[in-house]
Design a protein around this ligand. Structure first.
Ligand SMILES: [Zn+2]
Length: 293
């Protein structure tokens, strides 16, 4: 699934390649990818000149000069690529945007993805944008602010990372990587994290996302950037999808558990579960009673 890094790679690519181009016509292959009738969609988008590319978490936005914006949601994966329609089976092309230089921008192989259109000043009415918390890359709260939020908070560390209303852009894959980088067990409650833990957690978010962007995103999906360049970051992931393999830090075995049904990978040695103070004291007392001391 494309997450923040993949969308940021796409955003930069659109900004570099497509700003200044005008969409002259639109062909719709799958009307379910739109939020209105194809004729209406085509009439709004056609004639629009691309003036900017933005990103909100894992949602992309392409601004047109006519007061409307395209909202790119790749969902489980898909291609947003400048290519000739002949390179694809017709059934794989959901939307084709024909540009004024004769080239075509394709939304292809979208699995549940869509490209809606809305007035630029009403983007917040899209829930993925309007209900999103601070962006994990552009607006990450400070470690001190996070520590304040985490006080008395029983949410698990991984659940927090994946909750888009708390922090925008991180999905299952990068949540696993960030927690490994921070050496935090995915199920540790936020309130159990020490100031040091929170500081590592905070730093790991930026480190993991920035490394992924620098590498061009991951190949977990069939996502590619505008040039169709396939990202290779998947090979450098440290725990995600690596059950039974050696931990790159301690050589112990990576384990997979299910948290809220999602596959969760971690190293049991490097990421020990921590308990809130009271609970930890109770646990120690129990262990003492058991050992008869
Ligand atoms: Zn380890």
């Amino acid at each position: 699934m494309p997450e923040l890094p993949e969308l940021e790679v796409l955003r930069r690519s659109i900004e570099k390649t497509l700003v200044g181009r005008t969409i002259v016509d639109v062909t719709v292959g799958r009307k379910e990818c739109l939020n209105m009738a194809p004729e209406e969609y085509a009439s709004i988008v056609s004639g629009g000149k691309i003036v900017g590319a933005r990103r909100f978490g894992k949602t992309g936005v392409i601004d047109l000069d006519n007061g409307y914006s395209l909202i790119v949601h790749l969902a489980l994966g898909g291609l947003f690529v400048q290519a000739s329609p002949e390179e694809f089976e017709p059934k794989d092309i959901q939307i084709a945007y024909h540009l004024d230089d004769g080239s075509t921008l394709l939304a292809a192989k979208l699995m549940l993805g869509n490209v809606h259109v809305r007035p630029t000043d009403e983007l917040a009415e899209d829930n993925r944008i309007g209900k999103m918390g601070p962006d994990a890359l552009d607006a990450l709260p400070s470690a001190e602010e996070l520590a304040e939020t985490f006080r008395d908070n029983r949410t698990g560390a991984k659940a927090f990372l994946m909750d888009q209303s708390r922090i925008g852009g991180i999905g299952n894959m990068y949540a696993n990587e960030i927690l490994f980088e921070a050496r935090i067990h995915p199920a540790t409650e936020l309130r159990a994290l020490s100031a040091d833990d929170v500081s590592r957690f905070h730093e790991a978010i930026s480190t993991v996302l920035e490394q992924a962007i620098a590498a061009g995103g991951a190949t977990d999906t069939i996502f590619a950037d505008l040039d169709g360049r396939v990202p290779t970051h998947q090979e450098t992931l440290k725990v995600f999808g690596r059950e039974g393999q050696a931990c790159p830090e301690c050589a112990g075995k990576i384990r997979m558990i299910r948290l809220a049904t999602r596959a969760t990978y971690y190293c049991p040695t490097c990421q020990k579960k921590k308990y809130p103070r009271k609970k930890a004291a109770k646990k120690r007392a129990k262990a003492r009673a058991k050992s008869g001391r």
